[in-house]
Ligand binder design. Structure first.
Ligand SMILES: Nc1ncnc2c1ncn2[C@@H]1O[C@H](COP(=O)(O)OP(=O)(O)O)[C@@H](O)[C@H]1O
Ligand SMILES: O=c1ccn([C@@H]2O[C@H](COP(=O)(O)OP(=O)(O)O)[C@@H](O)[C@H]2O)c(=O)[nH]1
Ligand SMILES: [Mg+2]
Length: 259
């Protein structure tokens, strides 16, 4: 029989620890799902310790390439990708009780209430067997960030910011061709305003905390990924999983870590 137990990692932040401890106390499934190994009788004698998940927030304006780079990160490092936008669009597709409201907000480029988005993310975290997550397109506002901390009781280990000029983002979104209701110039203009007003303070917050990695998001998908690679390679837990260019190092011209 398999049982999920783990030990506290020295790399986890204090509030990630509080997530683990909280779940250990409450017996919630989220805390159970972060590592697995076979339990033996000696381990049964000592109380199980919980390991916090490794959380990456992926930020950037609309069309900056967040989703595209997430796919590459997943391929190379095996994190679980949770796109907040996809979770919201799934609510629309499934016609849930919030579906119609979410549709209207997305159509207008507005931000869905934090409680709704965080609960969707929480459900995914709790039902996952993974211990490392890419949360793409969230938090969009300071209120989102605070709600995540309050409900999930965790902090991100890494925050990626794909920094892209507005004209480039507009071109990419108008050519995205995925049938999205918000991929039009009217909504895009609103989204850019909201990004500058509400998401930039979140980016600044993580910069001040020393967790932000700013990546120049102009160039080919592969070129940009070359600047993402060394960020994950610098964390012990991803060294085993790297498949591409293991010798790459952070380029100061294209990747700026505020830490
Ligand atoms: N580096 C790039 N250069 C050109 N087009 C790109 C690049 N990265 C992504 N794209 C394209 O731009 C569009 C938006 O990318 P996406 O990953 O959906 O961005 P986001 O999730 O930030 O909105 C997609 O059609 C994608 O294929
Ligand atoms: O945490 C989130 C993520 C997305 N959205 C809504 O979903 C839309 C699309 O988000 P997504 O991340 O899919 O867009 P992208 O930046 O990838 O174009 C946003 O404009 C918002 O209306 C939201 O309200 N909260
Ligand atoms: Mg996206």
């Amino acid at each position: 029989m398999w049982r999920r137990v783990a030990s506290l990692s020295p790399m986890i932040s204090s509030s990630s620890r509080s997530l683990a401890l909280n779940q250990a106390a409450s017996g919630l499934k989220l805390g159970e799902s972060f590592a697995t190994h076979m339990i033996n009788p000696e381990e049964r004698a000592s109380p199980p310790k919980e390991k916090a998940p490794f959380i990456t927030f992926v930020l950037g304006g609309p069309g900056s390439g967040k989703g595209t780079q997430c796919e590459k990160i997943v391929e190379t490092f095996g994190l679980q990708h949770l796109s907040a936008g996809d979770l919201l669009r799934r609510e629309i597709a499934m016609n849930t009780k919030n579906g119609a409201t979410i549709l209207n907000l997305i159509k207008d480029g507005k931000i869905v209430p934090s409680e709704v988005t965080v609960k969707l993310i929480q459900k995914e975290l709790e039902s996952s067997d993974s211990s490392k997550f890419l949360i793409d397109g969230f938090p969009r506002t300071e209120e989102n960030r605070v709600a995540f901390e309050r409900i999930i009781r965790a902090d991100p280990d890494v925050v990626l910011f794909f920094d892209c000029p507005e004209e480039e983002m507009v071109t990419r979104v108008l050519n995205r061709n995925q049938g999205r209701i918000d991929d039009n110039i009217t909504t895009m203009k609103k989204r850019l305003k909201i990004f500058n007003a509400l998401n930039r303070p979140v980016i600044d917050y993580y910069k001040n905390k020393g967790k932000l990695y700013t990546i120049n998001a102009v160039g080919t998908v592969d070129d940009i990924f070359q600047h993402v690679l060394p960020i994950f390679n610098s964390f012990e837990q991803f060294k085993e999983s790297r498949h591409v260019n293991p010798k790459s190092t952070i380029s100061s011209s294209l990747v700026e870590s505020s830490s």
